[in-house]
Design a protein around this ligand. Structure first.
Ligand SMILES: *Cc1c(COP(=O)(O)O)cnc(C)c1O
Length: 356
């Protein structure tokens, strides 16, 4: 008998979630920070690492990092949970509060990993479509929540890959209508005009969970560090399903040292915002439809070329962006990450040639 066994029946159709890693000089496909961490960070990180006792397990509670994050957001450390990227935060939420016989709600199109990780954890996914501007339609949301009583409702603000953010009133209304936890994925939160963190602590908002990451604005995608802010009961739930010592001492050191460079990070957010406005203005003069963005990327649709044609044409100029056209609601659409000024110029000039 062969020792090989087929995958779990409910996962047989899943292919894994991977953005193609194609070699290119200009990589604008995964929404990372185009700039490396601040100049002073490598030394600060090295100093933290020098204190790590490599033969010992790391601080399981990541106390220093949690305290620093709590201070950043003006909350109690008991309201902070850290993990290996915000994807692991999402996985812990779904393991602890989802599972078979429960449901997770999403509003599509949105970040594909919300429903992907839900399925990995055996959590049925229920979805409602967004409106024509990709905003969450409150009435559609309300009926979805009433019909399925999901234990987890996922918002994404700004929404990946469409770029629009949820107004605070909408998040508040969803929190009021949701029977369970409302998870607001704010991977791009620093770029947006409003944050759900401002709603925490309001009456009736106990179930609000805000998820953030060091992968984007904090320029630490390589470190794999994300966190959530929520009621301590939610934090305890996540801790109960996380593997022991899941956040390494080196990851904790990376995050802790990055938090000493807040001003530099703010400057980067301002820089990326200015470049986004410049790229958006340039796109407005080309033969494409582009959607307004509150994030560090822009969704656009060539009017007289297919997405695949333009994607390949750009790659021929060594510019890699993301083809999101495979999803029915995003037919013909591409997503470009805002890069350095030089990278954005390369993208715009290559795009002009592809559209000619
Ligand atoms: C990039 C991204 C993340 C980040 O995931 P990490 O695991 O923290 O790198 C989370 N949510 C959304 C919506 C994203 O686009």
């Amino acid at each position: 008998m062969s020792p090989l066994v087929p995958r779990r029946d409910d996962l047989a159709s899943l292919d894994g979630y991977h953005s193609p890693q194609v070699p290119a000089e200009v990589r604008l496909n995964t929404n990372e920070s185009p700039l490396p961490p601040p100049l002073g960070w490598p030394d600060a990180f090295a100093a933290e690492i020098a204190r790590v006792q490599a033969n010992r397990y790391p601080d399981r509670d990541a106390s220093a990092l949690r305290s620093a994050l709590a201070e950043l957001h003006g909350v109690d450390p008991a309201e902070v949970f850290c993990a290996n990227g915000s994807n692991e935060v999402l996985q812990c939420l779904l393991l602890a509060f989802g599972g078979p016989g429960r449901a997770a709600a999403t509003f599509e199109p949105t970040y594909a990993l919300h429903s992907f990780i839900a399925r990995l954890t055996g959590t049925p996914v229920v979805s409602a479509p967004r409106d024509e501007r990709f905003a969450v339609d409150f009435d559609a949301a309300k009926s979805l929540l009433a019909e399925h009583s999901p234990t987890l409702t996922f918002l994404c603000s700004p929404n990946n890959p469409t770029g629009n953010s949820d107004p605070a009133e909408l998040v508040e209304r969803i929190v009021g209508a949701a029977p369970g936890l409302v998870v607001v994925d704010e991977a791009y939160g620093q770029f947006a005009p409003a944050s759900a963190t401002e709603l925490r602590g309001l009456p009736g908002a106990d179930g609000l969970v805000v998820v953030r990451t060091f992968s984007k604005t904090w320029a630490l995608a390589a470190a794999r560090l994300g966190y959530l802010l929520a009621d301590p009961v939610v934090v305890q739930g996540c801790e109960s399903v996380a593997l022991p010592y899941h956040v390494s001492a080196y990851t904790q050191a990376a995050g802790l040292s990055a938090l000493r460079f807040r001003d530099e990070m703010e400057e980067r957010v301002a820089f990326v915002g200015a470049e986004r406005r410049r790229v958006a203005a340039a796109l407005a003069g080309l033969d494409v439809d582009a959607w307004p963005s509150d994030a560090n990327f822009i969704l656009f649709r060539p009017r007289s070329r297919s997405a695949a044609q333009v994607w390949q044409g750009l790659l021929d100029h060594s510019v890699l962006i993301r083809d999101v056209s495979g999803r029915p609601e995003l037919a013909g659409c591409l997503r470009v990450t805002i890069g350095t000024a030089e990278e954005n110029d390369r993208f715009l000039s290559a795009l002009k040639q592809c559209l000619r």
